[in-house]
Write a new protein. Sequence first.
Length: 293
Amino acid sequence: MVSRPFFVAVGLATAVLAAAAQAPNSPDWTAPFPPFKIAGNLYYVGSKGLANYLITTPEGHILINSDLEANVPLIKASVEKLGFKFTDIKILLISHAHWDHNAASDTVKKLTGAWTIADDSGRGYRRIVPSPKPVSIIESAAIRSLIASGAVVIAAGGGGIPVAAAEDGYAGVDAVVDKDYAAEQLGTSIGADTLILVTGVEQVQLNFGTPQQRPLDLITSAEAERWLADGQFPEGSMGPKVHAAIRFLKNGGRRVVITTPELAAEALEPAADGTLRVGTTIVLSDSLAAANP
Ligand SMILES: [Zn+2]
């Protein structure tokens, strides 16, 4: 029975960490503590002040949380003292996103090759992998000839399949390519004129979530860059889209439209008086100056 001790462990971890938060930089955090069996296949492998748990299974072990970089040798020693191999840890389960645990998580991954699994905003546990920016689309020549033949090409879905250069060709890597940058890279590599980034909102907003919130209709890449630097478009939401838009325009694209899938076609067609009706359009600063001398 793995599921029962698992929930016990997460409950304990939360309680201990909440207590630790009231006493920052306590010496207890990195003080060794004798490991012990809690129940069944659940063991305590943490320090005196920071809790870590080990769930053992015949298929490999699960370590709950990594905590500080200095804790890794203590955790490793505790696991070994209990008679288990540190390298048999297959999953590092992260219960909460404290930034100061990242270095230790990375060290545990390097030492064990374990997968990192964490709760995804209450939507369940997921494996966590890096989200690198793509440097090129390998099939772009094939995509270009398909387009030239009149085909409608669907490519780079979900960011595409990530590969890296290997000794003889390419090898798959554990990652999820950033989708917005993949779209930009695809658009640039086929010499596209317009890039549409579809999303859940009709327009990009300035001062989002404040009384000063206002939708953006037509902006320049210079404005987009300035607002991006001001923190108007957070990473993890609109930030990557605006970054990708700027890169597309700098790489020779003419315009970028950000809107919902339903409004995408309409956003490409200006009203009779030349004004844009829906969506957010971003153009190069120079091209806007040329259009409105
Ligand atoms: Zn923490």
